[in-house]
Design a binder for this molecule. Structure first.
Ligand SMILES: *Cc1c(COP(=O)(O)O)cnc(C)c1O
Length: 230
């Protein structure tokens, strides 16, 4: 099942790249494996997946211990400051930085572990009350504050677009995230680059790619529906 799903997702990614005149290699697929057992992650690994996304610290650490070491782990979920220390030397990128206090904690732990941590700034493009992330209006100020912290490298932006049955409805949000990254890039802030645009999930990754996504985060489309314990 996972093998066929991955084939479909990769085809879809390639199609979106062709449609928008982009090189297929400019889009990275992050397999979002939250709630799924290691056996299923291994199946995806055997089909070539090397980027995995998790949204809980404990789960990420458990899977990190059990899975092959050439995997790049992406922390995509809300991160509590007191848990930063457990993952700072295990993740390739933290997608969900939306406050100075969190960034300061990451910086502190990065120095302690003698690593440099790549981070993305999470933007709440649709201004949804229920979502984490900084607003488009507040993004630049936050980025300027974080950029001076040691041990951290701002690599770009991330957003979780609204849930919708119609992916086209999210196109304007992806467009505004890309525009924001272009605007911020033009400010030439030291220690900040905007090479990464993490946007697009199972329901809308093709549209996100057409709007410039460099990293798509696909869970259900690869592993099937998630079952949450009640
Ligand atoms: C769960 C999750 C995803 C993947 O969602 P699907 O709709 O299953 O593809 C992507 N991004 C974040 C931040 C998530 O928490």
């Amino acid at each position: 099942m996972i093998r066929e799903n991955l084939k479909d997702v990769r085809n879809e990614i390639n199609k979106a790249c062709t449609l928008s005149g982009r090189d297929e290699k400019s889009v990275e697929l992050i397999a979002v494996s939250k709630t799924k057992p290691v056996s299923e992650l291994m199946e995806a690994y055997e089909c070539g997946c090397r980027l995995f996304g998790e949204n809980k610290v404990q789960e990420l650490v458990d899977k990190y211990e059990q899975m092959p070491k050439d995997i790049k782990w992406h922390m995509i979920g809300h991160l509590q400051r007191n848990k930063v220390k457990y993952i700072v030397d295990k993740v390739a990128m933290i997608h969900s930085v939306d406050s100075l206090r969190l960034a300061e904690e990451i910086s502190k732990e990065a120095l302690k572990h003698q690593v440099t941590v790549d981070i993305l700034i999470e933007i709440n493009v649709a201004c949804e009350e229920s979502k984490f992330g900084v607003t488009v209006a507040d993004a630049e100020a936050l980025i300027r504050e974080i950029a001076v912290l040691p041990g951290i490298r701002i690599r770009g932006l991330m957003t979780v677009a609204p849930y919708t049955e119609n992916a086209e409805e999210n196109r304007p949000y992806f467009e505004s995230l890309r525009q924001l990254s272009v605007d911020i890039n033009a400010k030439n802030i030291d220690n900040v680059n905007m090479n990464v645009l993490s946007m697009g999930m199972t329901g809308d990754y093709a549209v996100a790619i057409m709007e410039g996504a460099t990293h798509v985060r696909v869970g259900t489309g690869i592993f099937g529906e998630r079952q949450y314990a009640l």
